[in-house]
Design a protein around this ligand. Sequence first.
Ligand code: DGL
Length: 271
Amino acid sequence: MAENIGAAIGVFDSGVGGLTVVRALRRALPAEALVYLGDTARLPYGNKSPETVRRYSRLNVDFLLGRGVKLVLIACNTASAVALPALADELSVPVLGAVEPGARAAARASQSRRVGVIGTLGTVRSGAYVRALHAIDDSLAVVQHPCPLLVPLAEEGWTDDAVTVTIAERYLTELRALDPDVDTLVLGCTHYPILKPALARAAEHVFGRTLTLVDSADAMAAEAAAILGQRHALATGTGTLDCFVTDHARITELGPRFLGEDPGPVGVIDL
Ligand code: DGL
C-alpha cells in the first residue's frame, strides 16, 4: 500500500467532540494529512437508535472515502459501538473505532481487574465495551453507566466546573453502587477527555481514591500509528488538517475547545 502514503486519515464523529481524537492524532502522527467530518447537523447520536446511527455513519464514511483516505477512524464512541462491525465488512480501507482501543488500554491499566465504563445511552445499551473487554480477558469484571448530561456540559465549556463535578458525582455514585472496587474508568465518549479534571475530582470523592481514567482518544491515536506502521503507510511530510461539518452554527466556538487549537477554515457540506 505504498501508493497510499500520501493519502489522508479520515476521521468522523457526530459533531465536534471527535476533535479530541484529531488532537491526539496530531500529537502522535504530526506528519499525517487528516480529514475530519463532524456531523453537527445530526448530533447527538448518543440517544438515537442503532439503525439511525448506522445510516448516518455510512454517509459520513462515503464522504471520507470520496476524499481518498487510507484509514477511517470512527471517533464517535456511539457510532463505533453500533456501526463499526457492519462498516468494517463493507470497506476496502482499514477502519478503527474507539471501543477496541479504549478496551485494550483499560485491560492493560486495571490492577484490580474491575473496570467501569461511562458513555452515551447508545454506547452503554449496545454493550460494546463489555463485549470488547471480555474478548480481551473474560475474567474482567465490567460495569457501565450512561452519563448523557456530560456531553452538553463539555460543549458548554464547563470542563472543571463545580456543576460538572456534582453531576459527575451523581453518575459515578450510581456506577459505584454496581461495583465499589473498580480501579479503572473508561471515558467512552468523545467529549469526556476534556472533562478529565472534573471527572478525576468526582471519582476521587465518590470512590475515596484515584481511579485510572482511560482516554480512548489517546488509545485510538496510538493504534492508528501502529496500523499505518504495519502497512508501511506512515506519511513523512508536513501534517495538514481539513475540517468539515454538516452545520456550521457552533464550530467557531467549539472547534478550538475540543481541538486545543484553531481548526482553520471549516467546510460546510450536505450529506
Ligand atoms: N460523539 C458521541 C460519542 O462519542 C457523543 C455525542 C453524541 O451523542 O453524538 O458517543
